[in-house]
Design a protein around this ligand. Structure first.
Ligand SMILES: Nc1nc2c(ncn2[C@@H]2O[C@H](COP(=O)(O)OP(=O)(O)OP(=O)(O)O)[C@@H](O)[C@H]2O)c(=O)[nH]1
Length: 908
């Protein structure tokens, strides 16, 4: 706001100059001519006056309102949790200060300032006076000092002050310091170093010697005094001991222990105790401990005085501590706190306490890693012996190997891999159909995950591992259990993602590859394209100068299959595959399942030695005697040599597919290793669970509202279980996580239902059914058990369930439309519209829109809906009705649209 003339001001507020002139006078300002200036201050005064006169006092209260909404999950009385919208409203009011009050405050502040300035000025005057006085006093002192010094010093220094007073200002304080006056520099420079004469040197040496002698005497005196004091103390102690033991005090000799007998023992014990406690990190001087010790000593002294010197009492009291047993504590890669404590023969609580001191909170059942466990063991005074998890097993295998003999050539084990639909199953079927002896018509009756065929060049064993991405886990295991990988590539499709994956798996396992270019019978077959694509992945055909054998085949017609088998046999010969024929068998579990009436049925592939009926087999965490053995045709056999797949009965449970098996003679050893593996598995599981807990915590925290889809899964065989688990894991998204709460092989039991119910999980069965009790329980709990026989069906359903858990989308749905034909005026409702429902249904209680020329002109609610004179809730297509819109007058020709907001589940 700058100074302005009356005219300018009048123009600004669109008033006449004379009106402004009058207002200025009314505001108590001097009268002005049109061209006179009105200063800024005057303008302000004028504005204030005008505001007051118009009753427009400045708004002094300002309110700020804020609203936050959030969703909270609460558990109702029924135990079910539900979402509740929480709205928090806040209001803050700021009050502007009253200008009059402000002016008063300002005036008061100014007054206070003036007063404080006056006080400050007075203080300054006083300080100056005090300073003057002290300077005078200082000057007088200095004069006196100078006078006294002048009389004691030579005339050289006569004119030089030895000190000078300096006014120093420090942090606003003024002080006067007396400083020795510096010697003038030129004088220092002029002074020559003094040369010591012979007499002076002698005198100095004598003085130095004398000083050294005095120092020596002083040191000696101190030492003797200290020794005497020590002697006196010991003498006193000895006398005390003599008193207690009724024995004469003897002289202390240097070569004797400082104290003996009762006191000696006590001292020694207390030192020993201290040493122990320091090691343990606890204090020896706790009040309780001191009190107890004192009481014990007093009791002991009393006994001695009374002549009660039974050896028993003294032995009991001062018996030296039993030598501590130091254990060599074996620590595997993961160990539970309780196990660790047990191995050190201490209570688990002691270990948890120590862990806590180290900053780690763990319960007795928690697992800790090898490094932490080693620290604990050391801290407790034992020797940690870290052991590899596999050591026990390695030892066992070495022992079995030693007993193997009669090494012979063995058949190759082949796995067929490739992309979906490239013809793996067709190839396996074709080989089986053409190569299985006619006597065994019907081919492979059992699904044992492997079979072997007889070719002109010998036996070949095929592992029947499926080829979808969901089975990648099994495939990689298959590659490790196999000697050769046959990679099937469809000639009309070429290299696909899973073809590449298969190549990687084979390479990772160091397994040689043979390529079968399949579907050569198809007109669209383009083998050269396949060769090119494979070359890009560094799989180069022998024809092209590489080292990968390739065969062009048709699993449909059987063309090229003999050539492929020939290539496999050649490769096997090159590899010189050998295995001991005699000795205990070793191998790998291919598949395992629970079969009604037969119990756990385990398919194994023998890799070394010969497996016989009656052998004691340890497979994974389970062991048992082979009760019966069948081949892939379901034929009972007594023994199986290297590379032969068989199915065995006799194990108490189903071991995991891919786990190794071996034959033992010592049942005790088998139990030991099985226990070790069970513990290891338990520890790993605990670890996984802990990780899951943590992970979910972090996820919840980070993402705020992550949903989980809990699953309880039961399958027929371990292979499908593992494949499903890996496929389900991959389904997790940022918004919805799939969590398999429990999984296993076998029918769905009552406990599965209970678990699913309590963890709000979906219960899925793959090729298994729920037993009668489980079904009843599920019915009572109103729970849905879903059965599948196709892996993709299960995965698709889970996907759908996950979609259901995604935050729904809100969409509008038009429920009905009515044309307004006529409008009547009603005293009660205002404008009432006579309508015809032309689409859907008009609902009385749903939101509506009024459309005019197909444009929305109003959104609201109906006030009434009538059929003839009756109030109704809905009117259907083709019916006439009368309606009134709340708060809006409709016109003839308008359309009334009834709609609702619907939630649509989103899919992933
Ligand atoms: N024309 C022709 N069709 C074939 C040939 N081999 C397989 N097929 C067809 O290809 C389709 C897929 O064959 P599968 O053997 O099921 O393929 P896969 O690789 O085992 O498939 P997944 O088990 O799903 O991984 C089937 O319809 C077969 O009939 C072949 O050599 N020629």
């Amino acid at each position: 706001m700058a100074d302005k003339t009356v005219k300018e001001l009048a123009d600004m507020v669109s008033k006449t100059a004379s009106a402004v002139q009058q207002q200025l006078v009314d505001a108590g300002l001097p009268a002005r001519a049109e061209g006179d200036l009105v200063t800024e201050l005057e303008q302000e005064k004028l504005v204030t006056y005008l505001k007051q006169s118009h009753g427009q006092e400045e708004k002094r209260r300002i309110s700020l309102k804020s609203k936050t909404t959030s969703t909270a999950r609460v558990t109702g009385s029924s135990g079910k949790s539900k979402s509740v919208n929480v709205e928090v409203r806040k209001k803050k009011v700021f009050e502007k200060p009253d200008p009059e009050k402000m002016a008063e405050e300002l005036a008061a502040r100014e007054q206070a300032m003036i007063e404080s300035q006056a006080r400050a000025a007075k203080d300054a005057e006083d300080r100056a006076a005090t300073k003057k006085k002290s300077e005078d006093r200082q000057a007088a002192t200095l004069a006196a000092m100078r006078a006294s010094l002048g009389s004691s010093k030579k005339s050289d220094d006569k004119n030089d002050d030895i000190s000078t007073s300096v006014v120093v200002k420090k942090g606003g304080k003024t002080t006067i310091e007396v400083k020795p006056k510096e010697q003038p520099k030129k004088k220092v420079a002029a002074t020559k170093p003094k040369v010591e004469t012979a007499a002076e040197r002698k005198a100095r040496e004598v003085r130095d010697k004398e000083q050294a002698r005095l120092r020596e005497i002083e040191t000696e005196t101190r030492r003797t005094q200290a020794e005497e004091a020590q002697k006196r103390t010991l003498e006193q102690m000895r006398k005390m001991a003599g008193q207690y033991t009724d024995q004469p005090a003897t002289e202390v000799r240097k070569d004797e222990p400082l104290a003996e007998g009762l006191v000696g023992d006590a001292l020694e014990e207390s030192f020993e105790k201290e040493r122990r406690e320091i090691k343990r990190g606890t204090s020896t001087t706790s009040a309780r401990g001191r009190g107890r010790r004192k009481n014990q000593d007093e009791r002991e002294i009393k006994n001695r005085k009374n002549g009660l010197r039974s050896s028993q009492s003294s032995q009991h009291k001062f018996e030296k501590p039993v030598e501590k047993i130091v254990y060599d504590v074996e620590i595997s890669e993961q160990i539970t706190v309780s196990d660790l404590a047990q191995r050190m023969a201490v209570k688990a609580r002691e270990v948890t306490k120590l862990l806590m001191k180290m900053g780690e909170i763990a319960r007795e059942s928690d697992t800790i890693d090898q490094a932490t466990a080693s620290l604990i063991v050391e801290e407790m005074g034992h020797n940690p012996v870290p052991v590899s998890d596999t050591k026990v097993e390695d030892d066992l295998k070495d022992a079995v190997d030693e007993r193997s003999s009669n090494v012979q050539t063995r058949p190759p084990v082949v796995t067929i891999m490739g992309h979906v639909d490239h013809g793996k199953t067709s190839l396996l079927d074709k080989i089986r159909a053409t190569k299985v002896a006619t006597g065994e018509a019907g081919g492979i009756t059992q699904h044992i995950g492997a079979y072997h065929v007889q070719t002109d060049r010998g036996v070949i064993t095929f592992l029947d591992t499926p080829g979808h991405a969901a089975f990648s886990a099994m495939r990689s295991r298959g590659a490790q259990a196999t000697d050769i990988v046959v990679l099937v590539v469809a000639a009309d499709d070429g290299m696909m993602p899973q073809t590449e994956e298969a190549i990687d798996h084979a390479r990772a396992a160091g397994t040689p590859l043979i390529v079968a270019i399949n579907k050569m019978d198809k007109p669209s077959a383009d083998p050269d394209r396949v060769l090119n694509e494979l070359t890009a992945k560094e799989v180069v055909s022998e024809d092209w100068g590489g080292d990968t054998p390739m065969a062009r085949i048709s699993a449909k017609t059987g063309d090229g299959i003999d050539e492929l088998l020939e290539l496999i046999s050649l490769q096997a010969e090159l590899m010189e595959l050998e295995a001991p024929l005699d000795g205990p068998a070793q191998g790998v579990v291919i598949e395992s399942r629970l079969e009604k009436g037969r119990g756990p049925v385990v398919s194994v592939l023998v890799k070394k030695g010969t497996l016989k009926q009656g052998d004691l087999v340890l497979a994974g965490e389970h062991y048992g005697k082979v009760r019966a053995m069948t081949d892939e045709h379901g034929k009972r056999i007594q023994s199986a040599g290297p590379s032969i797949p068989v199915e065995i009965l006799g194990l108490p449970e189903t071991p995991a597919a891919g786990s190794e098996f071996l034959v033992l003679t010592d049942e005790k050893k088998a139990r030991e290793v099985a226990d070790f593996r069970t513990n290891r598995e338990r520890e790993r599981q605990l670890e996984r669970q802990n990780a899951m807990r943590l992970e979910s915590m972090f996820d919840q925290m980070e993402q705020g509202n992550v949903s989980y889809l809990n699953i309880v899964l039961k399958t027929d065989v371990r292979g499908s279980l593992e494949a499903l688990l890996s496929a389900l894991n991959e389904l997790s998204t940022d918004e919805v996580k799939v969590r398999v709460i429990s999984s296993g092989v076998g029918p769905i039991s009552e406990s599965d239902v209970t678990l699913a119910e309590s963890s709000e999980a979906v219960l899925l069965g793959f090729n298994v059914r729920a037993d009668a009790t489980a079904r009843r329980k599920a019915d009572t709990a109103n729970m849905d058990i879903r059965y599948y026989s196709v892996i993709y069906g299960l995965i698709d359903d889970v996907k759908a369930a996950m979609s259901g858990m995604l935050a729904p989308e809100h969409r509008e749905k038009i429920l009905g439309v009515a044309d307004v034909r006529e409008v009547f005026r009603s005293s009660k409702f205002g404008a009432a519209a006579g309508c015809m429902v032309v689409e859907g249904t008009i609902y009385r209680n749903k939101p509506i829109r009024v459309l005019r020329n197909d444009q929305v002109i109003f959104t609201g609610q109906l006030q009434s809906l009538r059929r003839y004179k009756e109030d109704v809730n809905e009117v259907r297509t083709g019916m006439e009705c009368g309606l009134a819109v709340r708060g809006y007058d409709v016109e003839a020709g308008d359309k009334i649209e009834v709609f609702e907001i619907q939630e649509f589940a989103r899919t992933i």
